[in-house]
Write a protein that binds this ligand. Structure first.
Ligand code: NAD
Length: 282
């Protein structure tokens, strides 16, 4: 039976560290504050917003929601973001994507001040991830994967890591974070040949393809660490990961559940970034 790498356990340990830091900032009169900027009201965004607010407020981080209509003009949205940038009481900015089709998302991302860009929207922060410069903010989900590995004592150094997925939000930055930790990383995608074999050869397998339960017993091998980043809804409307948990869990050594795995830690990383951003202000 595999060790279940529970997000709640990781989040609990992170909370202990963060509470101390929030207290230390409080002594200096600083209350960390996250601005959540949302265009429209997509159910996924609202659900993430609720969990981010719950996590942040539970740690003493203030949250302010800035909601705009779907048809907001690009210039107006950029102006609103600039105002948030200039507000000295706000330390972090979370902007939900994708933005509506009429908005040039790249232009908007560039407006978010790098020092407040707690979810790595601005290419300046993404460049820092690729440079191995830890002064920026990495995207929260890839960092959550590293937090989980660390918490469970799995050192990626020298290990063969296979990541399924090459998006800029998960796969690519995660590869960079793990290379920084001296892992030997293979990044797979839709054109990868021998995907199953490549996955089986890994010591750490990370699934971030967005395909419900695609990773079955043919993709894994004994002793592996399996991290499931996927959040999908199956044909029956049930939430599930990219990994077929029932088939994979009996084979591998460590595995994350969905729900209750990476997603749980992602909001903790977000909160941690807001605290760091607030600390940088001192
Ligand atoms: P994406 O669609 O942008 O990228 C998916 C990647 O997987 C692509 O690079 C694609 O080439 C690859 N891929 C897709 N199908 C494949 C296949 N059959 N074989 C090999 N490669 C394949 O998705 P994303 O934004 O990177 O998100 C990936 C998954 O992670 C989604 O399920 C998403 O919901 C989830 N996610 C979870 C969190 C979290 O906090 N847990 C955060 C962000 C995304």
């Amino acid at each position: 039976m595999a060790v279940l790498m529970k997000g709640s356990e990781v989040a609990k340990a992170m909370k202990e560290r963060m509470v101390n830091e929030v207290e230390r900032l409080g002594q200096k009169g600083i209350v960390p504050c996250l601005a959540i900027i949302r265009v429209g009201a997509r159910p996924d965004d609202l659900s993430y917003e609720r969990s981010a607010i719950k996590k942040c407020e539970g740690l003493g981080i203030k949250c302010r929601v800035f909601e705009y209509p779907e048809d907001i003009a690009q210039q107006d949205l950029m102006e609103e973001i600039r105002k948030v940038n200039d507000d000295s009481q706000i330390h972090g900015i979370l902007l939900f994507r994708p933005l509506p089709g009429h908005i040039d998302e790249k232009a908007v991302r560039c407006v978010v001040s790098p020092g407040k860009d707690v979810d790595c929207l601005n290419p300046v922060n993404l460049a820092k991830v690729f440079e191995g410069d830890e002064t920026g903010f990495a995207p929260c989900t890839p960092e959550a994967v590293v937090e989980i590995l660390d918490h469970y004592g799995i050192n990626p150094e020298g290990k063969r890591v296979t990541i399924i997925g090459r998006s800029l939000v998960v796969g690519k930055p995660l590869a960079m974070l793990l290379i920084r930790r001296n892992a030997t990383v293979t990044v797979c995608h839709t054109r990868t040949k021998n995907l199953k074999e490549t996955c089986r050869q890994a010591e750490i397998l990370i699934a971030a393809a967005g395909r419900a339960r695609m990773v079955n017993e043919e993709y894994v091998s004994e002793g592996q660490v399996v991290v499931d980043v996927g959040i999908n809804v199956d044909q029956d409307g049930q939430l599930c990961g990219d990994v077929d948990f029932e088939k994979v869990e009996p084979i591998v050594a460590y595995i994350t559940p969905v729900p209750g795995g990476v997603g749980t830690v992602t909001t903790s990383v977000l909160a941690n970034h807001v605290i760091r951003a607030a600390g940088n202000d001192t």
